[in-house]
Design a protein around this ligand. Structure first.
Ligand code: ADE
Length: 308
C-alpha cells in the first residue's frame, strides 16, 4: 500500500513490459510526477517505445508510471466484441461505447496505479451500471486521440506534463461511438493532419513528449528547455549542432564554435535558430517574441515583418 492506495499496481500487459514500477508498489508511487492510464485494444504495441531510452528510464526512476488497460478486458459477452457496424450504413466499424466507458469509469474512480487483475478479466468485473453515469475525478483529463482533435503543440505538451494523472483513449477503426465524446471525454487531441491506424502511436508520442518535460527525466540540467519549439528557444527551431571530427569530408565546424567567446557563441546560436526558423517555418516567426537585434538580423536575411 502506498500514498495512492494502489494494491493492484499493473495488469498483465504492463507487467509483460517489465515496467520497473510494477512491483513492489512501495513508496515508488510517491515519487511519480505523473501517472498515465492508457485505454487500448492493443496494449502490447507499447512495449518497444516504453521499454527503451528516456521513457523507460523515467518509469524505472519512478518519475512516471503507466498502466495499460485493454478495453476488451471490460467486455462480458461471449465473443468480447468491442466494435459494430455504423448506424446509417457505410464502410468500416465503430467502437462500441460500453467497453470504453466501463473501462474508463472503473479505472478512474480508483487510485492511480490500479488495474484490473488478470484473473478478473471478462469474468469478475467490478459492478457497473451502463445507464448510470459515474462521476470522474476533476482535474484528470480524459483524452481521446483522434485526427479530429486539437493539434498537439509544445505548449499543450507542457500543459499535460503539469497534470498529476492523464487518461488516454486510443480510438481504432472508423472511430468511436459519438456518445463516448458527449459523455466521457474532456479533450480530444490529434498529433497532426494525417490519419494513422489508431490512437496508440499518438498516445506514445504524447507520453514521450510529456516525459521529456518531467523534472529529472533528461540527464542534463537544461533538460528539454533547449528543444525546438520550447520556451528556452523562444519557440524557435533549434540551430545546427556539431561534434568531432572538426572536419568531415572537407566540411569544417564554424570557427566561432571554437573561439571560446561565450557571448559570441550564444549570439551565433540565436541567429542560426532564427535562420533555421525563417527558412523552414517562417509561420512560427509571426507569433513569437523577437528582440530588436533578432528583427535586425532577420531583416538582413530577407525577412519582412508582417503587421500583427
Ligand atoms: N488516430 C488516427 N489518426 C490520428 C491522429 N492524426 N492523431 C491522433 N490520433 C489519431
Amino acid at each position: 500500500m502506498n500514498d495512492f492506495g494502489a494494491e493492484t499496481p499493473f495488469n498483465e500487459a504492463s507487467e509483460a513490459l517489465g515496467f520497473a514500477t510494477g512491483q513492489p508498489v512501495g513508496d515508488i508511487f510517491a515519487l511519480n510526477a505523473l501517472h498515465v492510464d492508457i485505454f487500448t485494444l492493443f496494449p502490447l504495441m507499447f512495449a518497444g517505445p516504453f521499454g527503451e531510452s528516456i521513457v523507460a528510464r523515467a518509469l524505472a526512476n519512478g518519475l512516471l508510471s503507466v498502466a495499460l488497460h485493454n478495453i476488451r478486458d471490460y467486455t462480458s459477452d461471449r465473443h468480447h466484441v468491442c466494435d459494430d457496424t455504423p448506424y446509417g450504413g457505410g464502410g468500416g466499424m465503430v467502437m462500441k461505447p460500453q467497453p470504453i466507458v466501463r473501462a474508463v469509469e472503473t479505472v478512474l474512480t480508483r487510485k492511480a496505479g490500479w488495474a484490473l487483475p488478470a484473473a478478473d478479466v471478462y469474468t469478475n468485473l467490478p459492478a457497473w451500471d451502463a445507464e448510470q453515469p459515474v462521476a470522474l475525478p476533476a482535474g484528470v483529463p480524459v483524452i481521446l486521440l483522434s485526427p479530429q482533435g486539437r493539434q498537439l503543440t509544445q505548449p499543450l505538451v507542457a500543459e499535460l506534463a503539469a497534470m498529476p494523472r492523464l487518461a488516454l483513449i486510443c480510438g481504432r477503426y472508423e472511430g468511436v461511438d459519438e456518445r463516448v465524446r458527449t459523455q466521457l471525454i474532456t479533450d480530444e487531441i490529434s498529433i497532426g493532419d494525417y490519419v494513422i491506424s489508431g490512437g496508440e502511436l499518438a498516445a506514445m508520442v504524447i507520453v514521450d513528449a510529456v516525459t521529456r518535460q518531467l523534472p529529472g527525466a533528461l540527464g542534463d540540467a537544461l533538460g528539454a528547455h533547449q528543444d525546438s519549439h520550447s520556451p528556452g528557444m523562444g519557440g524557435l527551431l533549434e540551430g545546427p549542432q556539431y561534434t568531432r571530427p572538426f572536419t568531415f569530408r572537407g566540411e569544417a565546424v564554424p570557427d566561432i564554435l571554437i573561439s571560446g567567446h561565450h557571448a559570441n557563441v550564444e549570439r551565433w546560436r540565436r541567429e542560426q535558430a532564427l535562420l533555421h526558423t525563417l527558412r523552414r517555418r517562417p509561420d512560427l516567426l509571426e507569433r513569437m517574441p523577437l528582440s530588436a537585434a533578432d528583427k535586425l538580423y532577420l531583416a538582413q536575411q530577407g525577412w519582412r515583418e508582417r503587421p500583427r
